[in-house]
Design a binder for this molecule. Sequence first.
Ligand SMILES: [Zn+2]
Length: 489
Amino acid sequence: MNRFLPLLLLSLILSACRAASLAPPDPLARYRPAFHAAAVPASVDTAAMPRYDITMRVDMAQRQVEGLARIHFRNLSGRPLNDVYVRLYPNLEQLVGGMRLTRAVTLPEQYAVGYAFILQNTAARITLTQPLPPDADLDLELGYEINAPARQGYVLFGESEGILSLPYSYPILAAQTRDPTNPWRLEIPPAHGDIAIADPAFYAVTVTLPSDVTLISTGVTISVTQPLSDTVDHLIVAGPAREWGLILSRDYQVSRVEVDGTRVNSYYLPADRVAGEAALRYAAGALRVYNRLFAPYPYTELDVVAAPTRYLGMEYPGLNYIGLDTYRGQQESQEWLVAHEVSHQWWYEMVGSDPFRWPWLDEGLAEHSSLLYIANLYGQAQVERIRFLRWRVPTEWAAGHDLDDKVGQEVTAFTAGNYETLVYAKSALFFDALYEAMGREAYLRVLQTLIERYRYRTPTPEDFLALVVEVGGFDPTPLYEQWILSGGE
Ligand SMILES: [Zn+2]
């Protein structure tokens, strides 16, 4: 035996220890339970993404939230910043809520701030006492209070049917444009469009709630502790996520299944068990299909939840609202709704889509992805039925009733009367025409490349069209002009 071997081993172990202690700490370590490592490759610039640390207490009876949010962010504008903007979406007219700031400070403190409400109170402009240099980081600490309404009918925000829906329940850093002349996105979303425009971020949220309430949110719950007798603290981590959604009820029941390493949860009210289990099957099926057609889903959890949004849905990262009506009288529309909302986890969440400037890119891709799901499960006859009933009939009806218009416009160009027909159905006919003309393989290659190149970024319509040419070897111009740039003349 070589008597130097033990010494050699010891020195190897010591050098291994030294190497380990020199390795930089993983800045994403606390968020890793929320996402699959492969979903966030090194090419994604996570260092530039905001970090939210939020503690919030929810009073179910009063429908009030009291919170403290620390937002860590980087100045991406390429110039010194004098102002920082956060959105207070509960003040939007269509949400019928109320939100106010109770304090605003910076860390480090030399930027100590003042603030003013703008954009009909849907944003606060936070003025720094000295400019924040380009690429410098800053922490904002914002205290806030929210009042949510109790309402009937379509309720996206507030309480209905024993469900308290609280998306947008924290100050959301306005999206940064990286354009020095106009560094922030500051639009007021109209009632017929989607609400939030925000950059992908990481979240650690502690929610204090009565102990008998079921919490469903973006991200995963890491721990539930009970510091007091009648409340519990839920610690949740999430990201990369464009927003953080939250919905609560004392009545929810849950069914679960695992798909490709992701836990799929369906939450429903006790009387709706059969439809709740159907929603679980549809969500699991959609996840399986999109994982194979597009790219693997990024998160370790996917929720579908019965929400008081009538027959409509709404997508949040990892969290899909499915309207209660589809668990009751309108069950035949539930499968399509689930497939549509789940597809937004690729088109909106992973690949950003701008719901203000190009809502058609967002909704058209989601609609057409749902058709691919149907094609995968039910075959051609069902595909033809959807094309006809869901897209062609409404598009032709709109054209015959003076409601046609160009699809390629920003959200404010539409009305509640033609938004869904043009931005969903007519836009879907554009993607469908591309799909038919290019063929399935080339079309899917374009979508897969879209994800590879624009993961956690937001492509423009021109970026998409350029990929159709480059990757699909197809000139989309005539179809684009026919379906997206024509109409309403
Ligand atoms: Zn949609």
